[in-house]
Design a protein around this ligand. Structure first.
Ligand SMILES: *Cc1c(COP(=O)(O)O)cnc(C)c1O
Length: 444
């Protein structure tokens, strides 16, 4: 075992190498990662005192601070209130909770709160194999920590979506307290509208997990869950929504049932699952909200266009892109079935060796017990889009990917071109370059 000094100097060196490697030399296509603007980064840098402070207490029905247990909070309470208001304003809601440390934390509080409010521990979820997040599943948070009983939506593998008629039957016959939508492999808007009435029939709350697509929703490009019938949205603030790492819950509690749910969810945040809520990220979250107001529509539209362009181009060049008959995707993601070229694990590794970073992914029709050899790759376009790539650049990037997937060139041969491409697209578009610029926009 090395001594502590050696460990820490190695640690610092690894941290610096990471920043260079993933930040400067790799093309990042992990679908669950975001890209913060210089202004958001600067605001985080300006919030170090805030990051050391403790805030815990209770909030009111608008998501504002109602009660604190410590002194010294006068600006901290304002900061939390303003951050909640920024989210509420951007997403046109009347309630938001910004205390969540991650999307999983948002799901923890929401699922717990809704189970308490409905006095019902049955929850309908998308099958894990069809794109749900592990936190929805009985093997994860929902079952193993919260003790919820999972009932699966019926998933139509040809449509790559929930089957609304068959899921309606399931909801009607099982009478859950919660019905969820949203997921991690998430290509097409989920049928909330089609299922809202049957959820009402059985008295189920509808929760929409927008972790992946929050930025697309902010840019008005995917679906509008609250207007389509969802009671609550849970999300991460760092995937397509390009804020600091964190979580959020929001809703429009305009009925007694939803007001009750808000109180239960708030109770599930504090005191059940959080003490201090890491306020240092909140001013930066506000800036990300303003960026999405200013540039979100343009950014989200280009992200989807780039994903669709890549789908078409890869398909034309012999890659089986999932959901071809549906136009490949309406989100920031593509799912590739690369079985005919090798297993997903090997090809993801070859792409990594060429500095193209994405992840292997089980597809709905894969053998779910063989996690090491999936047929799929999941590819996200939010990062490259925010770096300024448009359709022509995306095709060039696809050519580099195709060289690896088809084995035409070795990863080492392709890597040089990838690093050069990253250098060409190193700035961050659709955002503010510093806090001053954000303020200028805010005050214009
Ligand atoms: C990523 C993800 C989460 C978890 O978010 P974290 O912020 O990583 O905890 C929850 N739900 C879905 C659908 C996700 O994809």
């Amino acid at each position: 075992m090395k001594n502590l000094s050696n460990i820490v100097s190695d640690l610092i060196e690894a941290a610096m190498k990471h920043e260079q490697y993933r930040g400067k030399e790799c093309i990042n296509m992990i679908a669950s990662e975001g890209l913060k603007s210089p202004a958001v980064c600067q605001m985080l840098d300006m919030s170090h005192d805030l990051s050391t402070r403790y805030a815990e207490g209770e909030n009111d029905s608008g998501g504002h601070v109602k009660k604190r247990y410590y002194q010294g909070q006068k600006y901290m309470s304002e900061i939390e209130d303003y951050a909640a208001d920024a989210i509420k304003s951007l997403f046109r809601t009347t309630w938001a909770d910004v205390r969540l440390i991650s999307g999983t934390h948002a799901n923890t509080a929401t699922f717990k709160g809704l189970a308490l409010a409905s006095k019902n521990n049955k929850m309908v979820v998308t099958p894990l194999s069809c794109g749900a997040h592990i936190s929805h599943d009985y093997t994860g948070l929902a079952g193993s920590i919260l003790g919820l009983v999972n009932i699966n939506h019926v998933y139509d593998v040809n449509e790559f979506n929930i089957d609304p008629e068959k899921s309606a039957q399931i909801i009607r016959s099982t009478k859950p307290g919660i019905v969820t939508f949203g997921g991690s492999l998430f290509l097409f808007p989920h049928p909330i509208k089609e299922l809202r009435a049957v959820c009402d029939e059985v008295g189920a709350y509808v929760a929409y997990d927008a972790a992946h697509v929050l930025g697309l929703i902010a840019g008005n490009q995917f679906q509008d869950p609250l207007r389509e019938g969802a009671d609550f949205i849970t999300a991460s603030t760092h995937k397509t929504f390009p804020g600091p790492q964190g979580g959020v819950i929001m809703g429009i509690p305009d009925t007694a049932a939803k007001e009750k749910a808000v109180r239960k969810i708030q109770h599930a945040v504090f005191p059940l699952t959080a003490s201090s809520t890491h306020l240092g990220r909140l001013p930066a979250l506000g800036i990300a909200c303003l960026e999405m107001k200013a540039f979100g529509q343009e950014l989200a539209a280009q992200i989807v266009k780039n994903a669709q362009t890549a789908g078409q181009y890869l398909y034309e060049n012999g890659v089986k892109v999932v959901a071809e008959c549906k136009g490949f995707t309406r989100s920031h993601q593509l799912a590739l079935d690369i079985r005919s070229f090798g297993d997903g694990n090997k090809i993801a590794q070859d792409l990594e060796d060429a500095n193209i970073i994405l992840n292997k992914n089980l597809l709905p029709y894969d053998d779910q017990s063989d996690k090491e050899n999936p047929a799929g790759l999941r590819v996200g376009f939010q990062d490259v889009t925010r770096h300024g790539m448009r359709e022509g650049d995306i095709k060039h990037l696809c050519d580099l990917m195709l060289d690896i997937i088809t084995g035409k060139r070795t990863p080492q041969q392709v890597q040089v071109a990838v690093v050069a491409l990253k250098k060409e697209f190193s700035s961050v578009k659709y955002g503010f370059q510093n806090v001053e610029e954000a303020l200028k926009y805010a005050n214009a």
